[in-house]
Design a protein around this ligand. Structure first.
Ligand code: UDP
Length: 474
């Protein structure tokens, strides 16, 4: 490494949905800006996908990955502790280990970028006097909420979910209370307090990177930049915003597994891909309804399936045990649909699948990585949000951007019936209305590409970020 080369350390919180965007950002900085990138990855001991992914990624020459060993938080949680709180605790407990890693580095990073659950690093960044940026790996709308919640916290009495009117953040789409992020569902739960702290921490960074792009959320980004009320409540003169997306993984292997070989034999845009991300689960009853809905639609499908869980939809986030599919799918389903679809247990190569020309729709939990992977391939969606900020993503995709349809009811609250699923699948995949939605998704794909191409808004925004990091060198 030459002495003038910038060194950026990026800290990622546990979980594939966090690790993936951090690695993608790291790769972009290393390959497009000749920056030395060190990823500090806080891992969980239970995720084999995570371990495998880290192993593969560490083989690349462009970035160095230092795994930060997982910590035991069992003494701090019980069975009611929400995933959001657990992630905050996991990072909080890992802070001494992270501090030691930074202290022992020969070439101290010139800047720290931290993802959403790692904003608690602030005192360490300040101790070492390292400029710090937060990476919010989803939308401008969701970060507007995280920041603006300080205002709601003071102005709203009682529970948000009891409000008769939508929440209004200046300049943003009104937020229906049914679509609020999970931490706002119950003000007495620890995750509420953690969420409020997150918003305050965000405001203390030297800049915030967002995995969105100007054309996708023009009004929200503008509002975020010009929100004077927010600045005065947060008591910060400024928090520069860098919309740098849509950053996403590109196809990594040339190996054609069973799913890809099956897709090779299907018609153009004829297959619906169904997946609920790295940790989403459905109830036993919902899996049965979904299976029937797919079967009744007579549409080709690839369904990545995880055993049912009748607790919270994110309860497999840290713990995903496999179980024989026949035990929980409707009797005879696998036999009856053997020429119609593939059911893949636990994990599939999603980027390769969504990039395949046979895929014409994605029934998704609307995790932001999955959403970005769908949009950058021009694939329209059936938005089936489960937890975290996914309901906001679904609302934006269906109501503002027009690239998705949604069930009438919230899947996180009630069972979506087979007839509705059949109807949505047919509508998206077989009707002119569905064709219109696909056209919009294809236009959005072009806009996403333009944003990251030379001279595009996100490409410029990353350059601005690098310039800012350089300007802060001691
Ligand atoms: N993923 C995958 N195969 C799977 C499930 C998920 O490759 O079977 C990847 C997916 O491509 C995405 C990430 O895992 O990059 C999931 O992130 P997302 O933000 O969509 O959801 P989360 O898992 O965080 O809920």
């Amino acid at each position: 490494m030459d002495s003038s080369q910038l060194h950026v350390a990026i800290l990622s919180s546990p979980g594939m949905g966090h690790l993936i965007p951090v690695l993608v950002l790291g790769n972009r900085l290393a390959t497009h800006h000749n920056i030395k990138v060190t990823i500090l990855a806080i891992t969980t001991s239970s995720s084999s996908a995570e371990t495998e992914f880290l192993k593969k990624s560490n083989g690349k020459k462009t970035i160095e990955i230092i795994p930060v060993p997982s910590v035991d938080i069992s003494h701090l949680i019980d069975s009611s502790t929400k995933v959001f709180t657990q992630l905050r605790l996991l990072v909080r407990e890992a802070l001494p280990g992270i501090r030691s890693v930074i202290a022992s580095m020969n070439h101290r990073p010139d800047s720290l970028i931290v993802d959403i659950f790692c904003t608690q690093i602030l005192p360490i960044a300040e101790e070492f006097n390292i400029p710090k940026y937060a990476y919010h790996p989803t939308t401008a709308w969701t970060i507007s909420l995280a920041l603006y919640c300080q205002v709601f916290d003071k102005e709203i009495e009682g529970e948000y979910v009891d409000l008769k009117e939508p929440l209004k953040i200046p300049g943003c789409k009104a937020l229906r209370v049914d679509d609020v992020v999970d931490p706002l569902l119950d003000r007495s739960d620890q995750q509420y307090e953690e969420y409020i702290k997150l918003g305050m921490e965000y405001a203390s960074f030297d800049g915030i990177l967002i995995n969105t792009w100007e054309d996708l959320e023009p009004e929200t980004i503008k509002a975020l930049r010009n929100n004077d009320k927010l600045r005065s409540v947060l008591k910060v003169p400024d928090f520069p915003i860098y919309p740098i997306g849509p950053l996403r993984r590109t196809i990594e292997t040339t190996e054609r597994d069973e799913v890809i070989q099956w897709l090779d034999k299907q018609n153009h845009e004829s297959v619906l891909y169904v997946s609920f991300g790295s940790g989403g689960t459905l109830s036993s009853q919902q899996i049965i309804e979904l299976a029937w809905g797919l079967e009744l639609s007579q549409q080709k499908f690839v369904w990545v399936i995880r055993p049912p869980c009748d607790g919270d939809a994110d309860s497999a986030y840290f713990n995903s045990a496999e179980k024989e599919m026949r035990e929980y799918l409707p009797e005879g389903f696998l036999t009856r649909t053997k020429d119609m679809g593939l059911v893949v247990p636990m994990w599939a190569k999603q980027v390769e699948i969504l990039g395949h020309s046979s895929v014409g729709g994605f029934l998704s939990h609307c995790g932001w990585n999955s959403t970005v992977e769908s949009l950058t391939n021009g694939v329209p969606m059936i938005a089936w949000p489960l937890y975290a900020e996914q309901k906001m993503n679904a609302a934006m995709l269906a109501e503002e951007v027009g690239v998705a349809i949604r069930p009438e009811i919230l899947p996180a609250k009630k069972v979506v019936r087979r007839e509705e699923i059949e109807g949505m699948v047919r509508m998206l995949m077989q009707t002119n209305e569905g064709k219109g939605i696909r056209e919009k998704a294809k236009k959005l794909k072009m806009s996403a590409e333009n944003a990251l191409n030379e001279g595009g808004s996100s490409c410029n925004s990353i350059c601005e970020l690098v310039k800012d990091i350089r300007s802060r060198l001691l």
